[in-house]
Design a protein around this ligand. Structure first.
Ligand SMILES: [Ca+2]
Ligand SMILES: [Ca+2]
Length: 409
């Protein structure tokens, strides 16, 4: 039957169609939806000719059709031979399934779509005579839907299963797997065979996690990124069809972010963790770890993103809300350690010298994403409670951080 689904050459014939039925009957066990070919497409009255049993009800329906298209005021006399002028529009068999021709499968194909996935695809929809009835390209927006759950016509729903990202398919959907005998609105006439050329842009499953592929791991990897660290990195962010959305190269400088503090989308935050300097990765971020259903100026709604990452530098961090942490035991007594000249008060210069000394001896760590002088001045200001420009012993307070188990300045 496969050949029956090739778009037929328009088959126009005049004369008594009953004679022509016989011709078809010998060749096909098919239905033909036929139309009066000199009427404009939108006003075509479709009829069904059952070529398997041309003497049955379908013939009566043909007569109704003949009556409908007659000139106004003209009656079809009883026992008249009705002459049809027929153009072959669609050919299909009620037993036919959707027919799928795979035109292109990109390699590698990480995985194939399955029931419950959410898919974004472009398509052109045409009738068998080549008329375009719908196109996502014309709307400049992909069609987005769940697969295999009956959200689209049965034929398309089935043809969207088992596809790869980037795959192109030519699919032919018989009317019983599309809009049936009735069609829909003005767009699809009854009993129409629909042809879709589809291009899969991406798909994901709502249960997908962030997919991390390490593409280069340096031999030396002692220190890896974790929450609160400042990471400095290059990145490209693209859609799965290869469209580049953002690139740190275009910005002219590397990007930076403090991990674990919602400075970047969650998927990127995850993708930048446990990374060592010099490491390269490909990170695939499903929309629920990205921009979700929000349509951005650059990122389409429900889009899967792919990041190519290279970690350039890593500065170990401090817990959220802190400016400085001790890496060793706090000097005891703290105030007299800080009061370098032992005059009973600590002005900003002395405080700065003390903190810088702790950092240079790796006894303490400052917030990695801020200017050192800015942090130290902020720390000083919060300790100098009466704001007279010096810290005294009774002013000094420590802040408790339960996550690292001791008190901090
Ligand atoms: Ca002093
Ligand atoms: Ca003071």
């Amino acid at each position: 039957m496969a050949d029956c689904f090739r778009r037929p050459d328009p088959l126009s014939f005049e004369g008594n169609v009953a004679d022509n039925w016989r011709i078809f009957e010998q060749e096909y066990d098919i239905f033909i939806a036929a139309a009066h070919h000199d009427k404009p497409a939108k006003t075509r009255a479709y009829i069904l000719l059952n070529l398997a049993g041309p003497d049955a009800i379908e013939r009566e329906r043909s007569f109704v059709y003949a009556a409908e298209v007659r000139a106004p005021g003209v009656k079809v006399p009883a026992h008249a031979t009705v002459v049809f002028d027929v153009l072959l529009i669609d050919v299909f068999n009620v037993k036919d399934d959707v027919q799928v021709e795979v035109l292109h499968v990109p390699q590698p194909c990480r995985r194939k779509s399955k029931k419950g996935d959410f898919i974004r695809y472009h398509y052109n929809g045409t009738f068998q005579d080549g008329t375009l009835f719908d196109s996502s390209y014309r709307r400049k927006s992909t069609y987005n839907t769940f697969v295999g759950l009956g959200h689209v016509i049965a034929g398309v729903d089935k043809a969207l299963l088992g596809v790869c990202v980037g795959e192109k398919r030519h699919i032919i959907v018989p009317p019983h797997l599309a809009y049936g005998e009735n069609g829909t609105s003005d767009l699809i006439p009854g009993s129409a065979v629909l042809i879709f050329d589809i291009h899969i842009i991406d798909f994901h499953n709502p249960k997908d996690s962030v997919d991390i592929h390490i593409t280069h791991k340096p031999l030396q990897c002692n220190n890896t990124s974790t929450a609160n660290d400042l990471v400095i990195y290059h990145y490209n962010c693209s859609l799965l069809d290869g469209t580049l959305l953002y690139s740190s190269i275009d910005l002219g400088r590397p990007a930076q972010a403090t991990l674990g503090q919602a400075e970047v989308i969650e998927g990127l935050d995850q993708g930048l963790k446990d990374m060592c300097v010099g490491e390269k990765r490909e990170v695939i971020v499903p929309p629920h770890f990205g921009h979700g259903q929000n349509e951005g100026s650059v990122v389409p709604a429900d889009a899967v993103l792919i990041f190519e990452l290279e970690l350039l530098d890593l500065r170990k961090g401090v817990p959220q809300g802190f400016l400085f942490v001790w890496l060793e035991e706090i000097p005891d007594p703290l105030f007299s350690s800080m009061d370098l000249n032992q005059d009973g008060e600590v002005p900003l210069e002395e405080f700065t010298a003390f903190i810088r000394l702790q950092v240079s001896m790796s006894k303490g760590r400052l917030h990695p994403a801020m200017e050192v002088d800015v942090i130290i001045r902020e720390m000083f200001t919060s300790q100098d409670q009466n704001a007279d420009g010096r810290i005294t012993e009774d002013e000094l307070r420590l802040q408790t951080d339960k996550t690292i188990g001791h008190d901090e300045l």
